[in-house]
Design a binder for this molecule. Sequence first.
Ligand SMILES: NC(=O)c1ccc[n+]([C@@H]2O[C@H](COP(=O)([O-])OP(=O)(O)OC[C@H]3O[C@@H](n4cnc5c(N)ncnc54)[C@H](O)[C@@H]3O)[C@@H](O)[C@H]2O)c1
Ligand SMILES: O=C(O)C[C@H](O)C(=O)O
Length: 314
Amino acid sequence: MAKVTIIGATGRLGSFASHPIAGIPRVDEVLLMGRPGRENLLAGLAHDLTDSCAARGIWTEISSSTREEDCADSDIIVITAGAPRHEGQDRIDLALANARIIRPIAESVGRHAPNAIVMMVTNPVDVMTAVALRYSGMEPKQVFGLGTHLDSMRLKALIADYFHVHVSEVHTRIIGEHGESMVPLWSATTIGGIRISNLPAFSGLPMDEMMQRVKSSGSFIIKNNGATIYGPGDAIATLVETILGNENRILTVSSYIKSEVHNVGDACIGVPARVNRRGVFPVPIRIEESELDAFRSSVGKIRAITGEILEKLE
Ligand SMILES: NC(=O)c1ccc[n+]([C@@H]2O[C@H](COP(=O)([O-])OP(=O)(O)OC[C@H]3O[C@@H](n4cnc5c(N)ncnc54)[C@H](O)[C@@H]3O)[C@@H](O)[C@H]2O)c1
Ligand SMILES: O=C(O)C[C@H](O)C(=O)O
């Protein structure tokens, strides 16, 4: 059984994510953490979530705290603390302000829960994953970000709709930045195990429109509904379940790569990784030349921004 801590639990995403996480059978304890001064908010949330567990007929212990040391003994720590973007902003615009929030959180997690697996969600997620890795002092396999997993799921749904097939028949992947420079791997996209380029409807596939839709999903939802909650919340829960179930699924998360993709690396970026109870393990892959050029440029962008941010934090 496992303890999952959510840091940033009073926020819109943190509070929603706690709901599916509390329902995962291998989770027996959920700790909702927030900043000092938020005790009442956290207590109210914990009470409500306890009621929800009762209504679902499950027994998960829900607690709340503003004391950093209480994250000790966590198996997984999900970090959603930090500012979200507003209409018109790019995720990268949040980098320095959120890095200043993530640094002390990462230091504290490294001190109190050095054996946990840390899932970074705060944006810009690739840069924040690098900040958490640096300041927690933990190993790369222990610290990863939600990365392009959500983008990959968004694309998967669009492809399933276009080909009129069940979403579980579609395998696709977006790698690179969780942001403008993300790279769809059309060469690795299959339906029922068949490469989509071998299917008759492929010739009409509106790839550019689909990618535009994926890239603008976050801003569309924020503009119309204030925040993205259900998509990322359930994506977070899927990852928690994958880790605790030691499932070895290949999911596209932000992990530190040295040179696993055609010798491109030295950044935390969205890549296919094997996810299990010990953490995340990037899978060395070969991709097509045009995809590689785009990935190289995405990695270059994130590496440069990460370098600037880490320098400013020193
Ligand atoms: N990677 C993804 O796919 C993805 C998806 C959705 C949201 N996000 C990101 O998650 C983050 C949270 O989004 P949200 O919609 O829940 O925002 P929110 O404003 O509703 O919540 C932010 C949370 O951060 C906490 N916080 C703010 N400043 C803090 C500080 N200085 N120290 C400690 N905690 C602090 C707040 O108390 C609150 O709990 C944002 O950065 C957002 O961009 C990422
Ligand atoms: O778009 C955002 O700012 C939130 C998140 O990264 C998302 O893609 O839903």
